[in-house]
Design a protein around this ligand. Structure first.
Ligand code: SAH
Length: 396
């Protein structure tokens, strides 16, 4: 096994159990390693620190598998880590029995580059790093045995793989498609999961609790759901007794799925759902110009900043939609607003929204801070894991 020697002082972040080793931290690689191979990580004076996956193409040159420098990284290692992740979820009552559940949340479950989501009897895996890619067979086998799911599908077609020098990979790792649509129930609402062509692994599981919150707040209200995707928040709002739900997305296929999802729920009053294929930035202005008012608005946009370097441009976009949404709220109305940009911290996001309220001329109070569900934990040593942050605001 090759040895990765760090520059003096660069062991500090490893000792704080941060799993990423950037190129600037590395003095030299002693020996040969191919992408994804396990390397020993040592300080400049040879002190063993960790075992990590080598990724020469990436700025993050290595990602730590184990902070126990003597732990063997093999099939059994992945079996142990996956079992531990499942046990953590089994100990959280709100996660038990969920048909849609994130089983593995990458770094925060001790498995950098590994995402696994279960939808009924299908597990969808996404491998984003050279290390994770190398251990595909062990990961798939361990997941299959631990969950007893008969179908494991790989959705490793995310752009970040190119930073690791990896091509897109999709297809069945275990079992095959049976042809029928995959449907899960979330908070009592049926939702299709397009794990082959949908976003992420097919569904935004991270918003489960927040969609439930939207249901609680929706009774008797006029609701506007911006960036609705397949209507997760919209259908929850209808289930919660909304008077009307207007849903906006720029994607025609997403709205087609949204309508299909509504049809899968005959208990909901379809006459209360209005769909708009439009750009949210423009549509918010149009709605304002036509004098519309809403009691509850959801803003769950896509990632505007992929890294901190794009934070400024992202900040302008967040401010714009929040400003216009706040102006559309009726007196006493509520805004659920999110950022899933890793480069925008919770503190910065709050500042942006505060600036938007000021410019909108609305007094707003935070009544709740919102975050991802418990199956998307954040390892304290890895604050980058806290990508989803939100605010529930109430305006005067
Ligand atoms: N809230 C959703 C997830 C939103 S994903 C859920 O709970 O499932 C973000 C969505 O924003 C995608 O469906 C994408 O098509 C849409 N989108 C991206 N840019 C947009 C824009 N400028 N205007 C409208 N929709 C946009």
């Amino acid at each position: 096994m090759a040895t990765l020697i760090l520059h003096p002082g660069k062991e500090k972040s490893v000792l704080r159990r941060h799993p990423w080793l950037f190129s600037g931290a590395i003095a030299q690689l002693d020996g040969r390693a191919r992408p994804g191979d396990t390397v020993d990580v040592v300080s400049h004076d040879g002190r063993p620190l960790a075992r990590a996956a080598w990724s020469p193409a990436s700025q993050i040159r290595a990602r730590v598998w184990s902070f126990d420098a003597a732990e063997t990284i093999d099939h059994a290692f992945f079996k142990r880590r996956i079992a531990a992740a499942l046990a953590r979820r089994a100990a959280l009552p709100e996660l038990v029995g969920q048909q849609g559940l994130r089983l593995i949340h990458a770094e925060s479950d001790g498995l950098p580059g590994v995402i696994a989501d279960r939808y009924g009897d299908t597990v969808v895996v996404q491998l984003t790093t050279a290390g994770a890619d190398k251990w595909r067979a062990a990961i798939a086998d361990s997941l299959q045995k631990a969950t007893a799911c008969q179908r494991i599908y790989e959705r490793s077609d995310v752009e970040v793989r190119s930073l690791e020098g990896l091509q897109a990979v999709t297809g069945w790792l275990h079992g095959t498609a049976s042809g029928e649509e995959l449907v899960i129930a979330e908070n009592g609402v049926n939702m299709t999961v397009d794990f082959v062509g949908g976003h992420k692994t097919g569904f935004y599981l991270d918003q489960r609790d927040n969609r439930r919150r939207a249901a609680e707040l929706a009774r008797g209200r006029r609701v506007l759901n911006c960036f609705c995707y397949t209507a997760g928040f919209s259908l929850q709002a209808l289930a919660g007794g909304a008077r009307e739900v207007v849903s906006i997305d720029s994607s025609g296929p997403a709205l087609d799925t949204a309508r299909r999802n509504l049809a899968l729920n005959p208990q909901l009053d379809a006459a209360r759902a209005i769909w708009r294929e439009a750009d949210v930035f423009a549509e918010l202005r149009t709605l304002r110009a036509s004098g519309e008012r809403y009691d509850l608005i959801v803003l769950d946009p896509p990632k505007f900043a992929h890294t901190a370097a794009h934070a400024e441009r992202a900040a302008r976009a967040y401010k714009d939609i929040n400003l216009h949404a706040l102006q559309l709220l009726a007196p006493g109305g509520m805004l659920m607003t999110y950022s899933c940009s890793g480069g925008v911290t919770a503190e910065l996001f709050q500042k942006i929204v505060a600036g938007a309220a000021l410019d909108a001329g609305r007094t707003a109070r935070i009544v709740q801070r919102l975050q991802g569900a418990a199956d998307h934990p954040v390892d304290l040593a890895f604050p980058e894991g806290e990508y989803l942050k939100g605010l529930l605001l109430q305006v005067d």
